[in-house]
Design a protein around this ligand. Structure first.
Ligand code: MN
Length: 260
């Protein structure tokens, strides 16, 4: 397959390097178009009305690579544009450092880049490793997750999705042999935890206090099919996501609103 890799952790992130190594090692043609820096929590932002700079980069295993001073979604769209006729069969975004499950998906640049690839008409897969941002960033964990991503990517191409829909894979930090499998998940309820804006007194280097967003108490999530519970139980979770925010079963219908 011809794969375009991108991410939101930046072009030097270990998760992206692990994907390039795994896909090229399996004989696939790898191209990379990724942000020049950490751009997590960019969601689906794009750069408008100002210059977007791209330059060639070296990424082991990639035939072509560009860094971009834009957002993850910029990178997916621009990468497909730069590939032109060479094209890509699949956009793979990741491997993100940290899960993208439940309500976290709305903030995720990893998911945003994959969605942009899918909106451009390419098949797309977002991949995340369920580690905290403070711990567990070993190369071995990313390599194991990349092996799983490779298998799911090959399966995904045989099970294509409509334009604008992506597969979202979250892998627990386990040795490849210890993974119980890939299981279909439901998105856990929107708020995984209440936001906690910690007050830091006089800590900004200029004597000013500031607030710092951290994770508050987690809500109990009892449904075993929730994506977060699947990975806690040793499975990789697979969901489908789309840009279409309409509420499927209960849309606003003709006659619901009569103000004039
Ligand atoms: Mn990230």
């Amino acid at each position: 397959m011809r794969v375009l890799l991108t991410n939101d952790d930046g072009i030097r992130a270990p998760g992206l390097l692990a994907l390039a190594e795994a896909f090229s090692g399996a004989g696939h043609a790898v191209a990379v178009c990724a942000p020049d820096r950490q751009r997590s929590a960019s969601s689906h932002a794009i750069t408008m009305g100002k210059p977007l700079r791209a330059a060639s980069a070296q990424v082991p295993g990639a035939d072509l690579a560009w860094w971009v001073d834009g957002t993850p979604a910029d990178c997916a769209s621009l990468g497909l544009f730069l590939l032109g006729k060479a094209g890509a069969d699949l956009v793979v975004s990741g491997i993100n450092c940290g899960m993208n499950q439940g309500g976290a998906c709305i903030y995720s640049g990893t998911v945003g880049a994959a969605l942009e690839g899918a909106m451009c008409g390419c098949q797309a897969l977002a991949v995340s490793l369920c580690v905290s941002h403070e711990a567990g960033k070993t190369v071995a964990e990313y390599r194991a997750a990349a092996r799983t991503a490779l298998r799911v990517a090959e399966w995904a191409l045989a099970h294509p999705l409509p334009r604008g829909v992506i597969y979202n894979l979250n892998v627990p930090p386990l040795p490849y042999e210890a993974l119980k499998g890939v299981a279909p998940g439901r998105l856990a309820p929107v708020f995984l935890e209440d936001p906690l804006y910690e007050q830091v007194e006089g800590g900004d280097g200029q004597g000013q206090s500031y607030r710092y967003l951290g994770a508050g108490p987690a809500l109990p999530l009892d449904d075993p099919d929730y994506d977060t519970n699947l990975t806690a139980g040793g499975f990789a979770s697979l969901t489908k996501l789309t840009w279409d925010f309409r509420l499927g079963p209960d849309p606003v219908k003709p006659g619901d609103i009569q103000l004039w």
